[in-house]
Design a protein around this ligand. Structure first.
Ligand SMILES: [Zn+2]
Length: 435
């Protein structure tokens, strides 16, 4: 509805005020993008009927979803359509586009390439880990050998002295920082409220934005933001495994503020509604949009809690709420920071496992050793890898790329938040982050 009104208003403006209207070439190029965007949404919705989980969120015209459900094209036809859209995009004259439309075109090109790749996978085509990541997420992840992570393990070994292997010592240490189940909701709500307050101090949030919080079990992820449209999210937290105290702020920022909930609400407000760019009303999970979303959601934790601020907040507010002893918070925080350097080891293990160079038992053992977790958690990580494959890179490489881009704004927090807001409220591609 809103999209149609926006299109009608634009057409009216063209008729009523020819003196300020875009020149014909510009209007034609913009209209071509609009048409491609509409076809891209239809393609995505129909692909979603061929693969559960393909569409992460959709809040565009309901009749498009109904039509896709009623008569989804077969995978070969969808592949042909994705190829057609890629050619059509290439043919749009970039010189006739304004700067924001140039970004829009580049964004759409990445999303269409991802559709081509994912549909090829659905048709049975096999890609290497790096080729798959590049096709789906628009960036080729470097893969380090496992041995590159040994020096990090050695550093962590000094933080947690004692008998037995390092992963067992680390997990035994971490177990003392688990949020008791009956206090989880209280702690999560306090963490989310703080993430929101810190975000709101820098970014004007859309009016009426809100989320529901739910606790779930038996999922391959630890948290999920389901965006419903109308600035409304459902944030689910998985309680299959114990939630450590450090995860409260992480989840609050990542799923909520300034993470997924804010990104989706800003894109809806500024692009879907503000400009009538319908492609932002659909979110195909396996696309460069996810590198931007996961990368900004993870970096958002550091942006909202720079330096020692996360530790200070946890010690003062969350530890007492969780009934944990704040006196040892600093040691735990140091360990959490040190283990963060191991994040990209998951790419290495996923590459080895998915290419058949490492069997399931070896992969679980490697995850336990290098991600410093229990066997149960390592099995959970492997189940995530089996489901989402190269999606992993969005968390670690995505975060590194967003961090580097935002921090190039200089040391000022205001300047960094401004850059962050630009990343999560404009069409942004991985290539934009390299600028
Ligand atoms: Zn996420």
């Amino acid at each position: 509805m809103i999209l149609r009104l926006a299109a009608a208003a634009a057409a009216f403006a063209l008729l009523a005020a020819p003196a300020v209207a875009a020149p014909p070439a510009k209007a034609a190029a913009g209209a071509k993008l609009d048409a491609i965007a509409g076809d891209f949404v239809r393609l995505t919705l129909e692909a979603g009927e061929r693969e559960p989980g393909y569409v992460d969120a959709y809040y565009g015209p309901a009749e498009w979803a109904t039509a896709a459900k009623a008569k989804p094209r077969e995978v070969p036809a969808l592949r042909a359509e994705a190829n057609r859209l890629a050619r059509a995009l290439k043919a749009v004259d970039g010189k006739a586009l304004g700067p924001d439309e140039v970004r829009r075109k580049a964004f759409l090109a990445g999303q269409v390439r991802a559709a081509q790749t994912r549909l090829a996978m659905l048709a049975g085509q096999k890609f290497s880990f790096q080729d798959e990541a590049e096709g789906l997420f628009g960036v080729r992840p470097p893969i380090k050998p496992l041995s590159a992570y040994d020096p990090i393990l050695a550093r962590i070994d000094k933080l947690v002295p004692g008998e037995g292997d390092l992963a067992t010592r680390v997990t035994a240490f971490q177990a003392r920082y688990t949020i008791p189940t009956d206090r989880l909701e209280l702690v999560m709500k306090a963490a989310i409220a703080e993430c929101k307050a810190r975000t709101q101090a820098h970014i004007a949030l859309p009016k009426g934005e809100r989320f529901d919080l739910a606790f779930v079990t038996r999922k391959p992820w630890s948290g999920y933001n389901w965006y419903k449209g109308g600035a409304h999210s459902l944030i689910e937290v998985n309680t299959d495994l114990p939630t450590p105290i450090s995860r409260a702020v992480d989840l609050g920022c990542h799923e909520g503020y300034p993470g997924h909930h804010v990104l989706n609400a800003l894109l809806e407000e500024k692009l879907t509604k503000g400009k009538g760019w319908v492609e932002f009303s659909v979110y195909p999970l396996f696309s460069p949009q996810s590198l931007i979303a996961e990368g900004s959601a993870n970096y958002g934790i550091k942006l909202a809690f720079p330096g020692a601020e996360k530790l200070a907040f946890e010690r003062k507010t969350l530890y007492p709420l969780a009934g944990l002893d704040p006196a040892t918070a600093a040691t735990y925080d140091a360990l959490t920071k040190a283990t963060a350097d191991l994040a990209s080891v998951q790419n290495t293990i996923a590459d080895l496992y998915l290419s058949g160079k490492m069997d399931k038992d070896a992969a679980v053992a490697a995850l336990a050793k290098y991600a410093l977790t229990t066997r149960a958690k390592a099995e959970k990580s492997l189940s995530f890898i089996e489901t989402y494959r190269s999606y992993l890179i969005n968390y670690n490489l995505g975060q590194d790329m967003v961090r580097a881009y935002v921090e190039r704004a200089g040391p000022s927090q205001d300047a960094r938040w401004k850059r962050m807001e630009a990343v999560i409220s404009q069409p942004t591609t991985p290539a934009d982050l390299a600028r």
